[in-house]
Design a protein around this ligand. Structure first.
Ligand code: SF4
Length: 982
């Protein structure tokens, strides 16, 4: 008998890397732009590993492609797929909310209970009390689309606007451009000569594309990094300049001053693209408008001064081309108003020069801690080089982030740095995948119906143009969506109103000391005025007298994400909710506090597309590699079954018709069919979406579900007709990077703002009252109380969203638990050691967290990176519990040109950066010793604030590899010696 041999280690190793089948995969979460194509390897019915596919098409010859596009979260996704927090069966809570006591129930029981709660809400209070918290973490088109289709489109519930929920909205972009979302493909960076990484840490947050930035240095590009802390992104920069948190507007404005004073601004760009030549009345500080000069003149007709003739002439509304006119940037003149009186007018540029007087490099240096010569050097570089600002989603989370963004855009405008390859500023945008939108307009499946919808859409274009001949396609599309939103047709609502009326934030927002001092009146007064003037008509929903009744979380995690934290939400919102449903593949903190948890299929267990984006120009497909675990189902199937159940229960009640808040008649007849159009499987729906997208011309005619299953992606061929793509104001040109705003800069097509130019002057009453009619620097208000540390955040290396933060493999690559990064010198002064648990608190709340010491962090700053789920903190409270969740009152402004709400655009959003906190030792309790609920500290005692840093410091290498001042180092040495001798 032959001897049986054990496999050698080489054979075992080879065996490990074998598979039965391989599929296309991706991770349909919001790791913008995400959509990395992966190969998913399956053996024995389980995913055994995955790897970046390396199939991203080369967009521009000669520019490094993006392959292999991926990150460590994607490469370790199978650990998430098989994580212990997976929910495998429908669950209903048995004990109190949050008690952790659950019972397994059947799908039929779960759906019946939910359907009855939905019908109760509709019958007793109206469908607008059904709230879906929108979040990109839901996971791609096939997760977001089904829930919105049933709850909002068909039943009349509301989705809270995703951009307010996650706060990736850039209000400064919006105020300036009338849109916040123009983006470029990363290939554009290859032509960048100067890249300012500013308010961003792309080495953590842009892992798939990060390499293009440093690689552009081979082309001779320079990279400058501005940030309070030395993050990993500074390693590949040519210069790193630390900035005091939240003072970046002063820095940008000082650079603008240098550029204006030295006359090195781009006069033609300023004249054509911006409102800086438009005339302002010095008596009222308002723009000179048509109605000032003639009876019945237009309110939105603006004027400039022709430098050649000295005459005041109307600025054209349909083009940015000044024609024969040479719009003056300087000087002033008198004009006669229609009542015969004379007033003096001057271009905005003159007012800007006055404003910039406060921002000499020396003055700005005192505010920002950046050396004045550095400010001059960078300003001159920006003025002479093709410059791009690599800004992430951090700045929009600052109270005065809008002012910083407006100042940054002013810097780019003065130097002609947008709308050409290699220039611009960061943002995010959904994209041009038209299939789901077309499907929503169809009444039956099939190409004939698609052609009908497309023909109808096509026929509407000339009608819309005829209605507003002075509108551009972009302006008209925005007008259409604004109207539809006001009529309640989009069912998107800015959640600020729900937060104010139903979630207890009225109490927080009215705290005067936590707001900017230029908020002169009580917060409530601004809110009242905004409502009385109808600025938010049609979107204050659920209305004040109707609290939300049913909350749907589909992949979202409100108790982690909502500023104010779990404690605040449980106190104010939760008691009002009759039913909370979480549809998720895992048990999150919000799931823990839900009434019913429905198990969703995970990535790799259902066909899906990540949200397409003009940043990528590619539609990436993720296939079903393995069947859904346990009894989990795709979101498409879950909401299809729910639609059928609602129809069934409604028939049993004899309740089939109702009127929603906007006056629309709604029917529950055939709800199941109207949801699915009779399609049974997700594959059938995707087949439909692909064919419809091809018929609309967004992808080549040959693309289909079959080609997606074969190749894994399709390239977009045109921008389509969605308003978010029209906001890009650029065409897709084969072989070139996609660079937004070129319609404005090259074709001289107007912007969708009140003045139809990039608008830096806002003569809205509230902006004038706040002194923010032009960009200005303002200090962060002491949100949370007057405490010595500022708490900042950002994404950590291991997680873009909390779903990855529990990945066991990734947890093993770092300390594996939430931690707060703190300056070594500060810790030393407070007697805090590396790894020691501390209490962080302010007037809103507190949390316990171990400290990681680092010389990279600025004195006075503490950082807790985003993504930890509350249940990972002891006591289940984290940084969100000390965030008051403030909004800037000015963002309730409306009734002024482009300052009006439409989905994912202008609205108040909560901020969370630079919250004030104190840090104290948890006396006598080392990490892990105290038990939940145990008293862990004696009476609060204010820590000593870190001493102010002024004048030049001598730095030395301190413990833990960080920099310390010599003074701090000597104090540390003394402490060590004292400890050693005792
Ligand atoms: Fe790409 Fe996001 Fe997947 Fe990472 S998690 S590989 S960034 S899709």
């Amino acid at each position: 008998m032959p001897e049986r041999r054990e496999p050698t280690s080489l054979q075992r190793y080879r065996e490990k890397w074998t598979w039965d089948e391989v599929y296309w995969g991706s991770h349909c979460v919001d790791c913008y732009p995400g959509s990395c194509p992966y190969r998913v390897f399956v053996k024995g019915g389980r995913v055994v590993y995955e790897e970046a596919a390396g199939t991203v098409a080369t967009l521009v010859e000669g520019v490094p492609d993006r392959n292999p596009m991926g990150c460590q979260k994607g490469a370790a996704w199978k650990e998430t797929l098989y994580g212990r927090e997976r929910v495998l069966f429908p669950l209903r809570r048995k004990g109190e909310r949050g008690s952790g006591e659950w019972e397994r129930i059947s799908w039929d029981e779960a759906l019946t209970e939910i359907a009855d709660a939905l019908l109760d809400a509709i019958q007793e209070a109206g469908p607008e009390t059904i709230v879906h918290e929108m979040t990109p973490a839901e996971g791609g088109f096939m997760a977001i689309w089904p829930v919105r289709r049933l709850l909002c489109d068909l039943l009349g519930g509301v989705s809270t606007d995703v951009n307010a929920v996650i706060n990736d909205f850039q209000p400064g972009h919006y105020i300036t451009w009338g849109k916040f979302n123009p983006v470029n493909t990363p290939e554009s960076r290859w032509q960048t000569e100067l890249r300012l990484i500013w308010h961003s840490n792309p080495a953590y947050t842009q892992i798939p594309n990060y390499h293009l930035g440093p690689e552009s240095r081979y082309q001779g590009a320079e990279v400058i990094h501005f940030a309070p802390d030395a993050s990993p992104s500074h390693i590949h920069a040519d210069y790193f300049f630390p900035v005091r948190p939240g003072t970046d507007a002063a820095l940008a404005l000082a650079m603008c001053k240098v550029i204006v004073d030295e006359g090195i601004y781009n006069r033609t760009f300023v004249q054509r693209q911006t409102d800086l030549p438009l005339l302002v009345r010095l008596d009222t500080r308002r723009f000179l408008r048509g109605h000032d000069l003639e009876e019945g003149g237009r309110d939105d007709q603006f004027y400039w001064l022709d430098a050649t003739t000295g005459r005041v002439v109307p600025a054209p509304r349909t083009t940015l081309d000044p024609g024969e006119v040479d719009p003056a940037l300087e000087g002033s003149c008198d004009v006669t108003l229609r009542d015969g009186s004379r007033v003096r007018v001057t271009p905005v540029f003159e007012l800007l020069k006055k404003r910039l007087e406060a921002y000499t490099p020396e003055a700005a240096s005192k505010i920002t801690d950046v050396n004045p010569e550095v400010i001059r050097m960078v300003a001159r570089k920006v003025a002479t080089k093709r410059t791009a600002i690599g800004m992430g989603m951090n700045l929009c989370k600052y109270y005065h982030g809008d002012l910083v963004q407006r100042s940054m855009l002013l810097l780019l405008a003065l130097t002609g740095n947008w709308g050409r390859h290699g220039s611009g500023i960061g943002s995010w945008s959904p994209g041009n995948f038209e299939g789901p939108g077309i499907f929503a307009m169809k009444t039956k499946p099939g190409p004939e119906e698609t052609r009908r919808v497309l023909a109808q859409r096509e026929a509407a274009v000339p009608l819309i143009r005829a209605m507003n001949p002075e509108g551009t396609d972009e302006i008209n599309a925005i007008e259409g969506i604004v109207r539809a939103t006001r009529m309640g047709l989009s069912n998107y609502v800015p959640p600020a109103w729900m937060w104010y009326f139903h979630s207890g934030f009225n109490e927080r927002w009215r705290v005067r000391d936590w707001n900017d001092p230029s908020m002169k009146r009580p917060f409530e007064e601004y809110v009242r005025e905004a409502l009385e003037k109808g600025w938010w008509e049609g979107v204050v929903s659920p209305p004040p007298d109707k609290p939300p009744r049913v909350l749907f979380e589909v992949g979202g995690n409100m108790l982690r994400r909502q500023r104010g934290g779990r404690t605040h939400a449980l106190k104010h919102l939760w008691p009002k909710l009759k039913l909370i449903v979480s549809v998720d593949w895992r048990m999150s903190t919000t799931g823990m506090y839900s009434d019913i948890v429905l198990p969703a299929a995970q990535h790799y267990e259902k066909p899906n597309f990540h949200l397409a984006s003009p940043t990528l120009l590619q539609l990436t497909f993720s296939d079903t590699a393995v069947p859904p675990a346990g009894e989990s189902k795709s979101e498409w199937e879950i909401f299809k079954l729910l639609a059928e159940k609602v129809e069934e229960r409604a028939k049993a009640r004899g309740f089939l018709q109702y009127t929603d808040a906007s006056g629309r008649e709604r029917s529950l007849e055939n709800l199941g069919y109207r949801y699915s159009l009779g399609l049974e499987t997700v594959d059938e729906v995707i087949e439909e979406w692909m064919r419809d997208t091809a018929l609309a011309g967004n992808v080549p005619k040959t693309e289909s579900l079959k080609t997606m299953k074969k190749r894994g992606y399709a390239m977009f061929t045109n921008i389509g007709q969605s308003v978010f793509m029209l906001n890009q104001a650029a065409d897709i040109e084969p072989g070139k990077p996609f660079t937004s705003l070129t319609w404005h800069t090259e074709k001289l097509i107007p912007y969708p703002t009140l003045t139809r130019r990039a608008q830096f002057y806002v003569d809205h009453d509230w902006f004038l009252e706040a002194g923010e009619e032009l960009p200005v620097h303002k200090e962060n208000p002491p949100m949370g109380g007057d405490y010595p540390f500022v708490l900042t955040s950002g994404h950590n290396r291991w997680s873009i969203h909390s779903m990855n933060i529990t990945n066991r493999l990734l947890l093993q690559t770092h300390r594996g638990q939430p931690h707060m990064v703190m300056n070594t010198g500060d810790a030393l002064r407070l007697g805090i050691e590396d790894g020691e648990e501390v209490r962080v608190y302010n007037d809103c709340g507190s949390f316990l967290v171990p400290v990681k010491l680092s010389g990279s962090v600025r004195p006075g700053q503490v950082i807790v990176y985003n993504g930890w789920d509350p249940y990972q903190f002891r006591g289940w409270t984290g940084p969100m519990d000390v965030e008051p969740g403030m909004v800037k009152w000015l963002h309730f402004a409306g009734g002024y040109g482009h300052l009006r709400y439409w989905p994912i655009q202008w609205q108040p959003v909560q901020v969370d950066r630079a919250v004030r906190v104190n840090v104290e030792k948890v006396r006598g309790e080392a990490m892990g010793q105290a038990k939940e609920g145990e008293r862990v500290r004696s009476a609060p005692k204010r820590s000593q604030p870190p001493p102010p840093k002024s004048g030049p410091q001598e730095y030395v290498l301190g413990p833990f590899g960080g920099l310390m001042t010599r003074e701090e180092f000597e104090a540390w040495q003394a402490q060590q010696q004292k400890q050693a001798s005792s």
